[in-house]
Write a protein that binds this ligand. Sequence first.
Ligand code: PEP
Length: 248
Amino acid sequence: MGRKFWVGGNWKMNGVKKEIDGIINFLQAGPISPDVEVVVGVPALYLEYVKNKLPCSVAASAQNAYKVPKGAFTGEISPAMIQDIGVCWVILGHSERRNVFGECDELVAEKVAHALESGLCVVACIGEKLEEREAGQTEAVVFRQMEAIACKICDWTNVVVAYEPVWAIGTGKTATPQQAQDVHRKLREWLCTNVSECVAETTRIVYGGSVTAANCKELAQEEDIDGFLVGGASLKPEFIQIINAKAC
Ligand code: PEP
């Protein structure tokens, strides 16, 4: 069976109820191809509100979760809490979590493992910084980030890997389809060598970094790009065109 195209919207720390209602309106209007799995990453405070209003073709996701079920961790939320309100997804290791809040590979991997053990589906984000790309270290960086996760998990069924070059996030600088495809192919080869052929064939590897309605179709044609994680453009009606990038 082929890999179902997957498109996520990462709202980051954007949207109050009035703006959120606007996003929900265009998601309800669609159309959303049944061939695409759609997930939106919502600020924790609004997860339940959004979950109750989304069309059934769109799932809600948390944008972060801690590595244990409960305890003295002020300000954090746990996978158990996310599950408790009926939300099934969490985005982990986003470049803003890694680079603004200092999350290291080890912590991201621990969070991924705990979220999976708790029954959530995980969007595991990886990607290199500009200086790392310019120093020819892209492969080494993304392989190191994958290795940290692979050391802590056995089952990749509920993992979507999001390759998001840091230099392309929120900058308007998209990786070319060839640049993205090259890294996605290497990641799939890495999974084949280091995990299994089956996991390499079935795991969705999605691209993130300034994806828009204007560039999504070309990116979607690449063999190893199984969808997108979209920041800024997921707040706008053009997100519908991105969702349907492969379908029409
Ligand atoms: C993101 O936040 O994951 C992202 C890719 O942002 P943007 O699409 O705005 O670059």
